[in-house]
Ligand binder design. Sequence first.
Ligand code: ITT
Length: 200
Amino acid sequence: MTLKLTSGAKLVAATHNPGKAREIAALLEGRFQVIAAGELGLPEPEEIEQTFVGNAVLKARKAADASGLPALADDSGLSVRALDGQPGIYSARWAGPTKDFAIAMAKVEERLEESHSDDRSAFFTCALALAWPDGPVVAVEGRVEGSLTFPGRGERGFGYDPIFTPEGHSITFGEMDPTAKDAMSHRARAFEKLKAALFD
Ligand code: ITT
């Protein structure tokens, strides 16, 4: 079996996060026929693994087996050094059941104040996993370093973007043009690795 995906092939984007789905579609550059997990009615699996790669593989595997199509999953999050890497794989869960990232960002700020550390460095990680139905799975990881800013700024992007300023820049991901974010983000870096490994 080939581990390459040819242009125009059907590919399930195994995410229920609309912000991510938008970025994944842009990064795939119209190369594939992307089908959203929601369109196929795929359930949102419980993320029981302890690493980004572990959870990305779990989500890709389930979506590929349920759909009979190759599936691409993303597991990602924000790691704050002064908080020993939290929220990390729990980044989505810090937003609570209503997925309110104002709550999640306030929690990061509060925990930082409690830590009494002045280290504001943080990084985003993105693990991407591509699984074939009844076949192999390939996973890669990308990272972007930056620092946290409070209060957050900008309405673009999603999740923790308003509080994250990437290294070497003075605006947050929330203020940045989406194409600029897509040129440097953790997701873009993971995509570069995946493309090199898998796409024709
Ligand atoms: P799926 O599992 O359905 O893909 P999810 O939102 O639950 O959706 P994750 O478990 O991977 O996905 O959670 C990652 C969280 O980390 C996500 O909800 C975002 O809030 C945050 N995150 C990831 N990438 C981000 C980015 O580029 N900008 C801002 N926040 C990001």
